[in-house]
Design a protein around this ligand. Structure first.
Ligand code: MLT
Length: 238
């Protein structure tokens, strides 16, 4: 198994995703929120690129969720804060979601053989899912507006380490995956501090979402891995 890490969505073009297991990583906050929503019983999440598509896709009984500039979209039921989804109100509900980077990353990754949503919250479960599929792995850091975001890279480093540990052997990887694994090892003992002080963490904290940053920096809390199929993310059945 080989691991390739891509630093942001705009770089996906240069990589061949066909036949690979792809993890889209948007730690702050889209993929952390997706994991949280499935953990709290949402039946599935439909990721779409635009607000118009979200409104057109949602049917009676669905919930609309998402953000622009980190803020809830007017008229939507939920924003993109994982804390909003920690409620029984989403049990059994289909959530149609659009975010600036995370849902765009899922669309870009769709050429992969299997597309998962990865985060710090479910990193170990991600590694186990990838090993089960036995294909090469692409870790696609969503970034912010086509620029690398440290929190996504650190999560890619964490998943790389989990993959090595779970497989019990050295794995081939590109230079960026090796660099992110080293960065994670360097920073892991002060992860909360690192996420609060990176660009995305500062932006969210200034908007009053520091609690989200702390929540998204928790490691290996959940076993659920969202997997894309028929246009929706559901819990991967291991
Ligand atoms: C995104 O998908 O762009 C982010 O999750 C933005 C946010 O944190 O609201």
């Amino acid at each position: 198994m080989r691991i390739d890490c891509i630093s942001n969505i705009s770089e996906t073009q240069a990589h061949d995703l066909a036949g690979k297991t792809v993890f889209v990583i948007d730690v702050l906050r889209a993929t952390s929120t997706m994991v949280t929503a499935l953990v709290h019983g949402s039946s599935c999440i439909v990721p779409v690129e635009t607000v118009v598509q979200a409104k057109q896709t949602a049917s009676e009984g669905d919930l609309l969720a998402g953000e622009r500039q980190c803020k809830k979209i007017p008229g939507f039921h939920f924003g993109n804060s994982p804390h909003e989804f920690r409620t029984d109100a989403i049990a059994g509900k289909r959530i149609v979601m659009t975010t600036t980077n995370g849902t765009r990353g899922i669309q870009k990754a769709a050429r992969g053989a299997t597309v998962f949503a990865g985060s710090m919250l479910n990193a170990s479960a991600c590694a186990k899912a990838a090993l089960r599929l036995r294909r090469d792995v692409v870790l696609l850091c969503a970034g912010t507006q086509d620029v690398f975001a440290l929190e996504d890279g650190l999560c890619a480093g964490l998943i790389t380490r989990e993959l090595i540990q779970a497989s019990g052997r050295e794995l081939e990887m590109n230079d960026f995956a090796a660099a992110m694994a080293a960065a994670y090892a360097h920073i892991e003992h002060r992860l909360e501090e690192a996420l609060l002080s990176c660009d995305g963490g500062v932006r969210l904290s200034q908007l009053g979402f520091a609690d989200d940053v702390l929540y998204c920096s928790r490691v290996n809390c959940f076993d659920i891995v969202p997997v894309l199929g028929d246009g929706a993310l559901r819990a991967f059945d291991r």
